[in-house]
Design a protein around this ligand. Structure first.
Ligand code: HEM
Length: 499
């Protein structure tokens, strides 16, 4: 399959690339070494929450699936476990208006697998979060084989796939005695009876089952009623378990099934093509009036390029003539390198070079679009980066976000936008996505009203409006109706106060 194409501006793909492939971005960092937590692992907790979230899927009705409905289902006995709330807390800062919590749960699974040495599962985005709980359809260990087979069939997995998917899931983590005292009946020093003797995403859960050395309490626990793994693994006379005993087969079967698991979504959801690291990414772009001109800040991020390459920014006027025929241009003022995320590194990204620009644009003629020219300084011809031929188009210069006038406050952010003075009526609001907290881990949306900011005198043909935005903000879209025309502006959180 061909990867999704990034046509700037595309806040969804832009954000997904950030979360997956930039360093230190929440979901990526925590699992890179298969970290232990609560005597199990973060990876195990992230894989389990994803399965439980997906398990509401009804493949006939086309409802449920990976839709973050788990946020509303945590009080059910089937979802008992410390790892559930901790995982949602791990994920809290990563979603935004364009990337659902369900997408973050899917990314969590991908990072859990690679962190523990498992296969690389591709990520597709576009999941939509449920607004209420789904049905109570997570399988429980005391249920019989027929119920489990029916439950997996409903979720879209046949009897063979059920065996494999359970084995894949139970490669990580174990059963907590405090939460499942009827399953873990013997005292375990750590409080968790692990499914396999070795930490890591590998076929130990299978091989130890086959050679009868397994300590998996859902196979050999003294409570026969809750030996659900035993019943499932043995349901075809071990044919499927034997087929998964090698590391290669285990990774291949589990990679495929877990990919299907995270891509199990309501039939109303269409997932994107796989999101791969964006080759030439326009990053943190902002245009605002300042000291008699317009300032354009932007960065071109290039994968695996040498710091010796030079990048030039070009642009064209919006009205009238100011620039030479070839366009106005400015060289980058700064070139920095940045590390890839662990996942990006596994995909062959050795590093990013970030070429940053600060262009001063004539106020009267303004800007309609920009593009870049990359020269490798090795005799090869320069390469034009122009958004696949469409150019990087600035769709309007009437409503602009002004980072240097935006300040952090104790409450969050005093966000300032500039409105081109058309001497008509102006109405500015913003839709802000807020993160949840440790006890209510559910993102929410609030609307804020911007007021004319009398502390900032009108200048350069613009008047300034401000609003106080909560520190729990994940992202904002500013909406304005100016003289009857609607404008909107996506302001990703990292941009606040950059300049
Ligand atoms: C019949 C189906 C299943 C049953 C009855 C079952 C049951 C259980 C139980 C009782 C636990 C202990 C939870 C805890 O103490 O926190 C557990 C843990 C776990 N399950 Fe399953 N499970 C099933 C299928 C799956 C599937 C399909 C996956 C994923 C593909 C999965 C992934 C996990 C993981 C990763 C853990 C470890 C969690 C941790 O250590 O924090 N399970 N399962």
């Amino acid at each position: 399959t061909t990867p999704a194409v990034f046509h700037w501006p595309d806040p969804a793909i832009d954000s997904m690339d950030e979360i997956l492939y930039r360093p230190n971005n929440g979901v990526g960092i925590l699992t890179t070494v298969c970290n232990a937590r609560n005597n199990s692992s973060i990876a195990a907790q992230w894989l389990r929450i994803a399965y439980h979230d997906m398990a509401t899927h009804d493949s006939v009705a086309g409802t449920g699936g990976l839709d973050a409905s788990i946020m509303f289902e945590l009080d059910r006995p089937q979802n008992i476990g410390l790892g559930m709330l901790l995982s949602l807390d791990d994920f809290a800062l990563s979603p935004n208006e364009h990337v659902a919590m369900a997408d973050i749960i899917a990314m969590g699974v991908i990072n859990a697998l690679i962190g523990c040495g498992g296969p690389i599962v591709p990520f597709r985005g576009g999941r939509i979060d449920a607004t209420e709980a789904g049905p109570e359809t997570v399988p429980e260990p005391q249920q019989d084989l027929a119920s489990h087979t029916a439950a997996f069939a409903r979720q879209g997995f046949n009897a063979t796939e059920m065996i494999s998917l359970v084995a894949c899931g139970h490669s990580l983590g174990g059963v907590r005695q405090a939460d499942f005292p009827l399953v873990v009946t013997e005292d375990v020093p750590t409080g968790v009876q692990l499914f396999a003797s070795k930490i890591g995403f590998d076929p130990k859960v299978v091989t130890e089952y086959l050679d009868s050395t397994t300590q998996n309490v859902l196979v050999v626990g003294s409570n026969v009623t809750t030996r659900s793994d035993m019943r499932i693994f043995f349901s075809d006379g071990n044919v499927t378990m034997q087929s998964m005993a090698s590391a290669d087969k285990f990774n291949q079967i589990c990679g495929d099934l877990i990919e299907r698991m995270i891509n199990t979504v309501p039939s109303t959801v269409t997932l994107t093509d796989p999101i791969e690291p964006i080759d030439f990414k326009v990053w943190n772009t902002v245009l605002y009036p300042q000291d008699g001109s317009l300032t354009l800040l932007t960065t071109m991020r290039i994968i695996n390029s040498s710091l010796k390459s030079t990048v030039t920014l070009f642009w064209k006027e919006r009205t009238g003539t100011f620039c030479p025929a070839a366009g106005c241009s400015v060289p980058s003022f700064q070139v920095q390198s940045a590390q890839p995320s662990f996942l990006a590194a596994l995909k062959g990204v050795t590093g990013y070079t970030m070429h940053s620009f600060n262009a001063s644009i004539d106020l009267a003629t303004s800007i309609s679009y920009f593009w870049f020219e990359v020269t490798n300084n090795d005799g090869s011809a320069p390469v034009i980066i122009n958004n696949q031929g469409a150019n990087f188009t600035i769709d309007q210069d009437v409503l602009l976000f002004v980072p240097p006038r935006t300040t952090f406050t104790s409450a969050g952010l005093d966000m300032v936008v500039a409105v081109k003075d058309l001497s008509g009526t102006v109405d500015v609001t913003s839709t802000t996505t807020l993160h949840g907290n440790a006890s209510v881990p559910i993102p929410s949306t609030v609307t804020s009203n911007f007021e004319l900011d009398s502390s900032i005198p009108a200048a350069d043909g613009y008047t300034f409006y401000s609003a106080s935005i909560s520190s729990a903000s994940l992202s904002n879209t500013v909406h304005a109706t100016i003289d009857g025309t609607a404008y909107s502006l996506w302001v990703p959180q990292p941009l606040a106060g950059v300049a």
